[in-house]
Design a protein around this ligand. Structure first.
Ligand code: ACM
Length: 266
């Protein structure tokens, strides 16, 4: 199975131009699964809730969904990526996984980062894998990474590949994902963005370095901090099924939930 990511610097608020950019980057690319960054078609550092509401779309209905459905159909692949979702009077920092037949799975970021808390509702959809071509995938969005529970509950439900759409600004996640991959024996596809955004005197530098880890923590590919890139690697998703670490250690059966369950459930 071929899986990969797109890394680039979206322009704040310019959905048309960002979709055209991804369209161009995907020309001639073939893969089973392609991961796009968080909020890839809108940019990130929004000046106001009204600004977001103007470019947010309902899940499965809008220019971002239409572009993803077109790419997915043309390339006969699964495409995932982040978008601002409007549902009634609520706006979520969401991601969708779009299938070649136009079906989609929705995920709403459950751990909001910094000023996202001013604009977005926290996600309300339980973490749950879905199947594509016989493999179990799950989406996460950016700051979800700092809560290892997110990966662990997905691993315990059989997830083989994490599709992680990000707009990273702290310098940890690309490295920390090594631990998430190894401690769960899962593949991780981390699609980050590059570039800088400035709004009302605030500036954010996005750290690029999109990366794919194997369940052994090998780096299968990594992009630079600043260049746009499309990278695809071949994996055997079955490598994420075997949870043995040694002949006597298994990541699932060696767990001792009776010793940490009560605390973890708080
Ligand atoms: C982030 O969650 N976009 C840092």
């Amino acid at each position: 199975m071929n899986i990969g990511f797109v890394q680039f610097a979206p322009k704040l608020g310019d959905v048309d131009s960002n979709l055209r950019m991804v369209d161009k980057m995907l020309e001639g690319i073939s893969a089973d699964v392609i991961v796009l960054p968080e909020l890839f078609a809108t940019g990130y550092l929004f000046p106001s809730i009204e600004f977001i509401e103007n470019i947010a779309e309902s899940a499965g209905d809008g220019p971002i969904y239409s572009a993803m459905a077109k790419w997915s159909k043309e390339k006969n692949c699964l495409i995932t990526g982040g978008f601002p979702e409007i549902d009634g009077d609520k706006v979520y920092n969401s991601a969708m996984a779009v299938f070649p037949d136009g079906r989609f799975i929705l995920y709403r970021k459950i751990h909001l980062f910094d000023s996202e808390k001013l604009f977005f509702e926290s996600g309300d959809i339980r973490l749950k894998p879905f199947q594509f071509r016989g493999v179990k995938f799950a989406m996460l969005i950016c700051f979800d990474w700092i809560f290892p529970e997110t990966y662990r509950v997905l691993m315990l439900q059989g997830t083989q590949v994490i599709l992680h759409s990000t707009n990273l600004v702290l310098p940890y996640c690309q490295m920390a994902s090594f631990a998430r991959a190894v401690e769960n024996r899962m593949f991780i596809v981390l699609a980050n963005r590059t570039g800088t955004e400035s709004t009302d005197g605030n500036e954010l530098n996005f750290t690029g370095g999109s990366i794919i880890y194997s369940p052994n923590g090998e780096i299968l590919i990594q992009s630079s901090d600043s260049e746009s890139a499309v990278e695809i690697v071949e994996i055997d998703p079955d490598d994420a099924v075997d949870k043995n670490v040694t002949g006597r250690n298994n990541l699932i059966t060696d767990r001792r939930p009776e010793f940490y369950k009560k605390l973890c459930e708080k």
